[in-house]
Design a protein around this ligand. Structure first.
Ligand SMILES: [Cu+2]
Length: 80
């Protein structure tokens, strides 16, 4: 399993967090999902043989929360 952290700027309350967690857990290959609401970040554990960061980002986009992987986009880290 691999871990990735995604910035989800539109995640502002526990309802958002629940929507995001539900959407992510439906994606094949995703294990644990940890939401850090104050940081507006989601830590996702996934099986790299079954899915990839782009798929995770797409799943969030579908439910209305554009996300960006912290590792893939280091510049995003300073945006808040
Ligand atoms: Cu919300």
């Amino acid at each position: 399993m691999t871990n990735t952290i995604l910035n989800v700027p539109g995640m502002s309350c526990s309802h958002c967090a629940k929507t995001i967690t539900t959407a992510l857990t439906q994606v094949a290959g995703i294990g644990q999902v940890r939401v850090d609401l104050p940081a507006r970040q989601v830590q996702v554990e996934y099986d790299e043989t079954q899915t990839e960061v782009e798929r995770i980002e797409a799943a969030l986009q579908i439910v209305g929360y554009p996300a960006a992987s912290v590792e893939a986009n280091p510049a995003q880290q300073v945006l808040e």
